[in-house]
Design a binder for this molecule. Structure first.
Ligand SMILES: *Cc1c(COP(=O)(O)O)cnc(C)c1O
Length: 384
């Protein structure tokens, strides 16, 4: 098939034409340095501050609490390492979950080298945080909790408001990686009870290499970089003006027609789910009811997810598996594993992630191709 059927929108997304258009002027016309005090520089400054204002409106926060960074990974790193290092005199204990993105997990693990200790909250079989377990892990030394908003592999939505309440009562800083929530769930930081929140542009039709960190006034993470006074010292580096304009535009677009997108994509996801269940035996859903509307993760029992991925690729369909290729061998997804799934289920997991560009025709084509692929592989599979 000549046409690409892109169902890997949790990995990255196509940049919207409207976003590119909004950015263009700041490459070639208003390209001044926002720190320059003449008019040409000040026009760039104005664009950055206007972008900040637009983001703050969607996050329901103060403009000064919005920081532009280089990626979702960077936002997570600033929030976790920056806050842990700043407040280590208060305590050295951190809590995170077993289903976090590596940007969070590896940051927390790294802090162990600096004398911090951490605990990992369990999830239930739906891949949702066990709140009672979280409560039992809190100690007097706990300074930071980091739990993601929606999981990138399964789409499972986490009880952020409830965790936020617990953290607030205990005086613990609370960070959420909200990268997969954009355009699907509210980002109102007051409603969510979060102190810090990370976003990544390329997951919602802005370019790669730009992120957002919200942090409540009064929290002062130690920066990862040292340099100029940009972004109130939280993230020194000359502001990436076009990308900042782009991420603000994309965020606005994501929430402008959210109801329409929700309705459309929920229908398409349901169609995909029903189509797969009806046509293929021995499949297990890894995506719970309480999930973002674009994500469907299923395991085809007895089949390696990668075999499906490569065969679908030949038909122009892009999907993903949760497995990570480490030193030549396939490591099953830590997320599916944390849900208590057995080895075969972990290895057979496949993720379909839709976007506003996904069509019914693409979904039907995909169901068809997955069906024939699974049949073909099962026929020759040694597992049977
Ligand atoms: C993609 C992703 C990130 C990393 O964002 P980058 O901008 O690619 O660094 C972090 N967390 C989650 C949940 C993600 O899906």
């Amino acid at each position: 098939m000549e046409k690409l059927v892109y169902l890997d929108n949790n990995a990255t997304t196509k940049v919207d034409h409207a976003v590119v258009e909004a950015m263009m002027k700041y490459f070639t016309e208003d390209y001044g340095n926002p720190s320059s005090i003449y008019t040409h520089g000040q026009r760039a400054r104005e664009a950055v501050e206007n972008a900040r204002k637009r983001v703050a409106k969607i996050l329901n926060c103060e403009q000064r609490d919005v920081f532009f960074t280089g990626s979702g990974t960077e936002s997570d790193n600033i929030a976790i390492k920056g806050v842990a290092r700043k407040y280590k005199n208060k305590g050295n204990h951190i809590i995170t979950s077993s289903i976090e993105h590596h940007a969070v997990l590896k940051s927390v693990e790294y802090l162990a080298k600096e004398g911090f200790i951490y605990d990992i909250v369990k999830v239930n079989e739906d891949g949702i945080i066990d709140i009672d377990h979280l409560k039992s892990l809190i100690k007097p030394e706990t300074i930071l909790i980091s739990v993601m908003y929606a999981n990138n592999e399964t789409g499972a939505i986490q009880p952020i408001e409830d965790i936020g309440k617990i953290a607030k009562e205990k005086g613990i800083y609370f960070h959420t990686d909200a990268v997969q929530g954009v355009g699907k769930l509210t980002l109102d930081v007051k409603k969510l009870n979060v102190d810090m929140l990370s976003l990544s542009g390329h997951k919602f039709h802005a370019p790669k290499g730009v992120g957002i960190l919200y942090k409540r006034t009064g929290i002062n993470p130690i920066p990862l970089f040292h340099g100029g006074h940009h972004e109130l010292n939280v993230r020194p580096s000359t502001e990436n003006v076009p990308y900042i304009v782009g991420i603000a535009e994309a965020l606005n677009i994501a929430y402008r027609d959210i109801e329409k997108h929700r309705e459309r994509q929920m229908k398409l996801k349901e169609r995909l789910k029903k189509g797969l269940i009806k046509n293929i035996d021995n499949i297990l859903l890894n995506t719970p009811e309480k999930s973002v509307f674009n994500t469907l993760n299923v395991s085809f029992i007895g089949i390696e997810g990668e075999s499906i991925l490569f065969t679908l690729d030949e038909s122009g369909i892009a999907i993903s598996t949760g497995s990570a290729c480490t030193s030549g061998s396939l490591e099953p997804s830590h997320v599916i594993k944390a849900m208590g799934r057995n080895h075969a289920t972990c290895h057979g997991s496949v993720r379909f992630s839709l976007s506003k560009y996904t069509t019914e025709e693409e979904i039907d084509f995909t169901i068809d191709k997955v069906k024939s692929t699974v049949e073909k592989i099962r026929k020759i599979s040694p597992y049977k």
